[in-house]
Design a protein around this ligand. Structure first.
Ligand SMILES: Cc1cc2nc3c(=O)[nH]c(=O)nc-3n(C[C@H](O)[C@H](O)[C@H](O)COP(=O)(O)OP(=O)(O)OC[C@H]3O[C@@H](n4cnc5c(N)ncnc54)[C@H](O)[C@@H]3O)c2cc1C
Length: 403
């Protein structure tokens, strides 16, 4: 158990916190930090210590594209400068093309009047930077500590931990990931679908430079993204049906280089050195509700989405902003921060926004899976028209940026 909790635990076991955040991934750690900086008494509980990050280490296999709205939040929280200067890769162009029709759509930072469209960063770096800032914001870390049960009373909720300790708070924030044990404990169901796909990830060298561009090719089997890394390599996120993902994972390096080269249409030339590979299951999983008695869901616990639009964590960080602002307003008004109408306000605002985005990503995945020639032709026309329609394209870019 972390010292910052150990040294006070005997006295504080019964102490009532404002908020206990369960799950210290990127979203939960940002929530704990944002609420701590807003003056709430906060504890962050996680079953595991976050993975350490060091500049000398190989780039973490899990990277995300952070939108301007996420960077603005990290900046407000005092974490962005450390992330940017450690290892972040700004990209100023997104090029998406259809393997079947060849239709292409491009987004340029210059068209948006911005220097960059976003940054590719390592999950482990973002998480480590947020955890590093927790002490300064007065957030207590309770780690490693697995939550085994939750009870809700009139004025508080209580978490029981696997080591026998308990934590009481006015509000529990569940940021415990797509399989959210807390969501199950309070009986909130989910809907969505399993794509029966996996995203194979790896970092690769390419013959041609990535040109600070996020490349994405839609194949009938799923999208292949090649995201620019700061060291000149590209980070591959290749969505494939389960069996095909297994086959690609099992290839030797030469076989993988060849398969990836073909799948990317050699857009960045032949593939050079490759790292080890990993794979993540893809699903759309939306919580039926974002709130229960004295509990709010956010991040993947509320919405796990297809990574094709690179928006999962960006949506989660927008949940953080909405929850913080809602709780601050409630406190100003002298209300209980976990009152039903307070949590419903947060839930109403985020659930509709997240749901709209999640189903749009799902629709995109389905449209790009069409293979019948007339449908492929129609898709090609649609994409070309969209690319030519400046105002509509700009609207999409601004939405993805969270502006
Ligand atoms: C291949 C791939 C590519 C992606 N690319 C992008 C991208 O480009 N852009 C983007 O925005 N998003 C992307 N995403 C999505 C993004 O990675 C997720 O949305 C994000 O990591 C979710 O963060 P989280 O903090 O909500 O959950 P998690 O990172 O899952 O964190 C949950 C935490 O809860 C803890 N926990 C769980 N149960 C308990 C318990 N009982 N007690 C205590 N602690 C517990 C876990 O230890 C963990 O630390 C991608 C996802 C995948 C799979």
């Amino acid at each position: 158990m972390n010292e910052s909790w150990n040294d006070t635990s005997p006295r504080r076991r019964g102490h009532l916190l404002d908020v206990a955040v369960v799950g210290g991934g990127m979203v939960g750690a940002a929530a704990a930090l944002a609420l701590g900086r807003a003056g709430f008494s906060v504890a962050l509980v996680d079953a595991r210590e976050p993975a350490p990050w060091a500049a000398a280490d190989e780039v973490d296999l899990r990277v995300v594209g952070l939108a301007p709205s996420s960077i603005a939040l990290l900046d407000q929280l005092g974490a962005w400068e450390a992330i940017r200067s450690a290892r972040a890769s700004g990209y100023d162009r997104i090029v998406v093309w259809d393997a079947e029709s060849g239709a292409t759509i491009r987004f340029d930072a210059a068209d948006e009047g911005r220097d960059v469209l976003g940054y590719i960063v390592e999950n482990a770096l973002v998480q480590a930077s947020l955890w590093h800032a927790l002490d300064d914001a007065g957030v207590r870390r309770i780690v490693p500590a697995e939550v085994t049960s939750l009870s809700q009373r009139e004025d508080r909720a209580q978490l029981e931990l696997a080591d026998g300790q308990s934590v009481s708070a006015r509000l529990i924030v569940a940021a415990d990931g797509a399989e959210s044990p807390l969501r199950a404990m309070v009986g909130i169901g989910t809907h969505g679908r399993d794509y029966a796909q996996r995203a194979v990830v790896a970092h690769v060298e390419t013959d041609r430079p990535h040109e600070r561009t996020a490349w994405q090719r839609f194949l009938p089997t799923g999208p292949l993204a090649m995201l620019p890394l700061a060291d000149g390599r590209s980070s591959v996120v290749w969505s494939l049906p389960e069996a095909e993902a297994q086959r690609v994972l099992g290839l030797d390096d030469d076989g993988f280089r060849e398969a990836l080269g073909v799948a990317s249409d050699f857009r960045l030339g032949p593939i050079g050195a490759v790292t080890r590979r990993a794979a993540f299951p893809l699903r759309l999983k939306l919580a039926d509700r974002y709130e229960a008695d004295r509990l709010a869901l956010l991040g993947d616990a509320a919405h796990a989405v297809h990574p094709l639009a690179g928006q999962g964590v960006n949506l989660g960080l927008r949940d953080v902003v909405e929850l913080r602002d809602t709780l601050v307003d409630a406190r100003h008004a002298g209300r209980d921060i976990a009152a039903t109408h307070v949590l419903r306000r947060y839930a109403r605002r985020r659930r509709s926004a997240d749901g709209l985005d999640a189903w749009s990503f799902d629709a995109l995945a389905r449209i790009y899976a069409w293979q019948a020639p007339p449908l492929v032709a129609a898709r090609g026309v649609g994409v070309r028209v969209l690319d030519a329609l400046g105002p509509l394209k700009r609207k999409i870019a601004r939405h993805a940026a969270g502006l």
